[in-house]
Design a protein around this ligand. Structure first.
Ligand code: SF4
Ligand code: SF4
Length: 92
């Protein structure tokens, strides 16, 4: 399987901005790592949701937070901030 470059290895990236169009940009396309939750350890606190710069976590009916891969860019902030350390960043 081809190994994708990390974001630091990318030579060029950018977004063309017009007011109100950010929802059209699937920032998940940039992702080389993805967060995976161990829901056995999750306490449904929502810290992952509150720290995510892309609002990529969505609260489900069971109150667990699920990832919207269209917008998760794989930055890893959620894994760092999770108080239970139950989010692991894995390569795609
Ligand atoms: S921050 Fe961690 S413990 Fe809290 S809801 Fe997210 S995954 Fe669960
Ligand atoms: S890796 Fe970054 S963009 Fe993806 S869900 Fe976590 S904080 Fe949000």
């Amino acid at each position: 399987m081809r190994k994708l470059p990390t974001w630091k290895e990318l030579t060029l990236a950018g977004i063309i901005t017009e007011a109100g169009n950010s929802v059209e940009y699937k920032t998940g396309n940039w992702r080389t790592l993805t967060p995976v939750v161990n829901y056995d350890e999750c306490i449904k606190c929502g810290v992952c949701w509150s720290f995510c710069p892309e609002y990529a976590w969505e609260e489900g009916e069971d109150s667990f937070f699920k990832l919207n891969t269209d917008y998760c860019k794989g930055c890893g902030i959620c894994a760092v901030e999770c108080p239970r350390k139950c989010i692991k960043m894995v390569e795609l």
